[in-house]
Design a protein around this ligand. Sequence first.
Ligand code: SF4
Ligand code: SF4
Length: 441
Amino acid sequence: MASIFDRSLKGVRAPHRKNTMDMETRRMPVPEKVYICMSQHMGPPCDILAEVGDEVKVGQIIGDSGAFLSAPIHSSVSGKVTGISEIIMPNGTRSKTLVIETDKKQTLHESVKPPSVTDRESFLKAVRAAGLVGLGGAGFPAHIKFNPKNLGEVDTLLINAAECEPYITSDYRTIMERAGDVLYGVETIMKWLDIKSCIIGIEDNKPEGIKKLRDMTKDMKGVTVQSLESRYPQGAEKVLIYETTGRIVPEGKLPADVGCIVNNISTVAQLAHYLRDGLPLIAKCVTVDGGAIASPGNIQALIGTPIREVIAFAGGYSKEPRKVLLGGPMMGVSVYDDGYPVQKNSNAILAMDENQVEGYAETACIRCGRCVRSCPMNLMPLRIEDCFNRGDNEGLMACKVNLCIECGCCAYSCPAKRHLVQMHRLAKQRLRQDQQKKKGA
Ligand code: SF4
Ligand code: SF4
């Protein structure tokens, strides 16, 4: 009998549906208005650095914060600030948002020029000035990632090109269209952080991408391209580290604690772009797909563009969508309003039709154990659910619910359609509140 710790059983083989992988990125025209949120990174929101009535230019800093986990926010357009509003983010939090009416001239701000990078300190300063955050995930500021306390012990730069979520192909388009930027970014990071080895991890459902990267890196010292089995969630940070290096990130530790710094491939390409031209992060390539999209494709949109305009550029809705997701079907979040703007870490907009969104009714757990077998973190979702329902916080801690990466493999595998991921989020929130109460007491 196979062990539940057998890695080959972990994760799920979800259909890839990479329908747009061979579609070149199309650039969207400048919209009439952009809506730029001050919460586009992990950590506290930025303070607004512009006022209603101000004229702003492309690349101008319009939001920043002195908080540790923050990154500056730049204007993606030239035009006039016409309002400051508050929008409700898909996760339910609120964010101050600058509304800018564009003049369509895209005049560059005077500060937009290539940074002077002469040593590690000036490199890290440039990374922060670029406003770079992890473009494929939670928006972790890149300059913090590049500056762990134990940098001297880091020996491997891992580039995440797995792009394991179904439908999404925006990172793949980066490989096919901007491989030169990727490699320049890799070289620069290795040089200034003094890292000798780099592994680019990419799933084997992208053979042309693997070939292109291998051809282009064959003379680069210390750089290898590692083909990974196409099995979701190969691109999850801890899974990628294990699959490429065999190292396990212990509970409460960071990738740097096992000698790795992990970066998304589009983040690295964007860094190269900033170092060459001085233009910070103002636009994102997003995959637009799903059964309710008339003409799926990859589209480069300015940050702050309402997603309904991106969808309109992709030919509009072909039918009434049942659900619009920001991100993939496994970890994406559903948006309640398609006026929500494109963010730094948006990588896909999926408009699903009624055939793709089934109204699942939960039934009782049949103790089949499929959720346990599929969990890449070796957790026991059925036991977590028992503890959650009993209000047993100590049991939740013992089950290590805090290690759940919310990948959705358990819910995907569950024949009873238990809403396991939502329950894990609530369980984690309950533990946080419990700890805060104890601290207060
Ligand atoms: S959502 Fe959490 S518990 Fe479920 S499979 Fe992923 S890591 Fe495991
Ligand atoms: S997969 Fe679903 S039905 Fe099976 S044990 Fe887990 S929660 Fe229960």
